[in-house]
Design a protein around this ligand. Sequence first.
Ligand code: PLP
Ligand code: CA
Length: 302
Amino acid sequence: MNSSPSQLVSLENVKDLLDSTEAFLFDCDGVIWKGDKLIHGVPETLQLLRSKGKKLVFVTNNSTKSRKQYANKFLSLGISVTEDEIFSSSFAAAMYLQLINFPQHKKVYVIGEQGILEELQLAGFTALGGPEDGKKTVQLKSNCLFEHDKSVGAVVVGLDQYINYYKLQYGTLCIRENPGCLFIATNRDAVGHMTDLQEWPGAGCMVAAICGTTQKEPTVVGKPSTFLMDFLLKKFDMSCSKMCMVGDRLDTDILFGQNAGCRTLLVLSGVTTLSALQDSSNKTHPDYYTSKLSDIFELMQP
Ligand code: PLP
Ligand code: CA
């Protein structure tokens, strides 16, 4: 952990950062976009970094989309990013199951959206639940017995706009009654920018519901988990000392980078204010901070 105060980005430390960094890991919401709106100056900054030969990686905790859907979102905002540069928490859930050799004959119950279903299916897993179960209801009659699939071996919980009593009961029964059933959370963000003007309940709320009913804690696969960082490092054969994590959230992005020993840059274009960063109760100090990503681009202009 870095206990020295964070430095405001200057021309001198941008040059130093560019010299010492081979790969930049970018959080998405609050850095690249806010909800569906591109943050000013991002395409030029990414272009500048690419022209200097830097590897760019995009890591988002928002599990509602798959990597393919994110590549389309980038394109719709005028930024060209390939699927293999994107690491969403939906993808992380599928990669975690692969890593632990989750048996293909077992099923995965999803309290979440299309992104998780798509990534699980691409990785060869059989997924149940998802948005479809949002239409289902429960009949609370005295003699009713809620049935669930006994071959579900993992419940994956992410942000779910279609959360309902049926899904909560289904996920709960799998975890409580299927021997060895795993409880995996894509992320625990309390809120997220489902729209650009306002924050909405995040996956942390759905995860907390299942913690409440099962009295169990999940394995978290998104930021700030070490699983996701280890996966990235292995995939790109990269050393943390040559990486910089750029994010707008102290408890996910900055911690994610710091836990691995990466340099960290906080941008104030998302959820963290300067006063929150400088508050004496804050224990997470990024190496650098700046108001928005494009400050890098502006500082580098002749
Ligand atoms: N989860 C949800 C539902 C969100 O809407 C967001 C941001 O919009 C996030 C998580 C955080 O995403 P990121 O890691 O890209 O900041
Ligand atoms: Ca963010």
